[in-house]
Design a protein around this ligand. Structure first.
Ligand code: XIL
Length: 381
């Protein structure tokens, strides 16, 4: 048996790491001496996850963050590297290295692994839509490719990924309301290649075939808005997705300091639970700017308290609903890496930054007021 490490030894180890990183000129991440973690505080409620980056501009969450920081979470998801365009950029050419690394890390540390995502209109693999011929031929060829793709990816991780975002963002947005009559995102390459929404049913069928026990999710943003939520419910019912293996709905938590009101979050959780579905909050991050059009950054001190207050009310709601919620995942680990630095007003600004602070850990890995607001609660399950 290994001798137990004393607290002194643990502190020494942390100090050693900090000294090494200073010597190497690296960012110093604050290692907390506290033994409690986010995942421990929420053990009785639901797993708490984080999205892991592996490739974007050389940023690698698994090597950048100290294990103590990652150990705050009990579940991981890939921010990008498990999307079709990343995992199989050309037919038959798979990039398994990064997904394998995250899966191995999760396994080694006793964490859950979510899979994101199999079918999406963005970051998709363009070769999957290259079929030519009649509408029937195109649909048949695309369907074959989808089946092969899902078989390969879901099959590879069938013992590791407990939950898949099978289809992402397939429902029409409010701002597309007048563009076509159906409730679906008709300008998705999937819809175009199939000529209808049956690709959604196929994706769930193929995922279920490849992994009989995985939880299979539909994942989308804007679900706390009444009309998009209604369209999503209509999709689930019309396509009879539960008969195709649907386990639950992922409510993407790309929210801000005031939207959505907690009452709407509650209505949304209840609406999907009423269909007999699990709910997970996926991709949680709180945009500190809301819909501010200005590209000019504001100082963090200006929003710190409001962010903490917002996180407190959101997590109070989640705890109250822990019988319905089976996971809460942040879209990132710490504020030094968040897609919101580049994404505002619905547009990705390549090469431009407006610093945002949507997460619970600061840029140096230290715990923010918002962290305290999430873990310091009184009620039990
Ligand atoms: C984002 C990533 O965070 C970015 O790095 C990437 O450039 C674009 O995609 N909804 C989703 C996620 O389902 O996959 C998206 O992730 C954010 C919106």
């Amino acid at each position: 048996m290994q001798p137990m490490e004393t607290e002194d030894m643990q502190d020494l180890r942390k100090l050693f790491r900090i000294i090494c990183s200073i010597a190497l000129g690296a960012t110093v991440f604050v290692a907390s001496a506290e033994t409690s973690t986010l995942q421990a505080a929420y053990k009785e409620f639901f797993p708490i996850g984080a999205a892991i980056a592996t490739e974007k501009n050389g940023f690698d969450s698994l090597t950048r963050y100290p294990p103590e920081l990652l150990a705050e979470f009990s579940s991981l998801v890939a921010e990008n590297c498990m999307k079709p365009g990343e995992i199989e950029p050309a037919e038959g050419k798979f990039a398994w290295t990064n997904p394998d690394r995250i899966v191995a890390y999760a396994k080694e540390h006793g964490m859950l692994m979510r899979g994101h995502t199999l079918v999406w209109h963005n970051q998709s693999a363009q070769w999957m839509f290259s079929a030519t011929g009649s509408a029937d031929e195109k649909r048949a060829k695309t369907r074959d490719r989808l089946k092969t793709y899902i078989g390969a990816v879901v099959g590879r991780y069938r013992n590791d990924v407990y939950c898949w975002d099978v289809v992402n963002e397939a429902v029409k947005d409010d701002w597309d309301a007048g563009k076509w009559p159906s409730i679906y995102r008709e300008n998705s390459p999937w819809f175009a290649a199939y000529g209808n929404a049956s690709y959604i049913q196929d994706a769930f069928d193929f995922a279920r075939e490849a992994s009989p026990d995985a939880k299979l999710f539909y994942n989308d943003y804007g679900l706390c808005g009444a009309s998009k939520r209604a369209r999503t419910i209509e999709m689930i019912k019309t396509l009879k997705l539960k008969d195709h293996g649907l386990t639950g709905v992922g409510i993407q938590g790309h929210w801000n300091l005031s939207w959505p009101p907690v009452s709407e979050i509650q209505v949304t959780i209840d609406a999907f639970a009423a269909l007999g579905l699990e709910v997970q909050i996926t991709e949680l991050d709180i945009d500190c700017y809301g819909n501010t059009p200005s590209e000019k950054g504001i100082p963090y001190a200006q929003v710190e308290d409001a962010l903490a207050k917002r996180y407190a009310e959101i997590f109070a709601c989640f705890r109250k609903n822990s019988g319905k919620i089976t996971g809460v995942t942040f879209w990132g680990v710490a504020d030094d890496h968040t897609w919101l630095d580049h994404f505002w007003l619905g547009v990705w600004h390549e090469g431009r930054t407006r610093k945002n602070w949507p997460l619970l850990f600061a840029e140096d890995g230290s715990k923010k007021k918002a962290y305290r607001a999430v873990v310091d609660f009184k009620e039990n399950r």
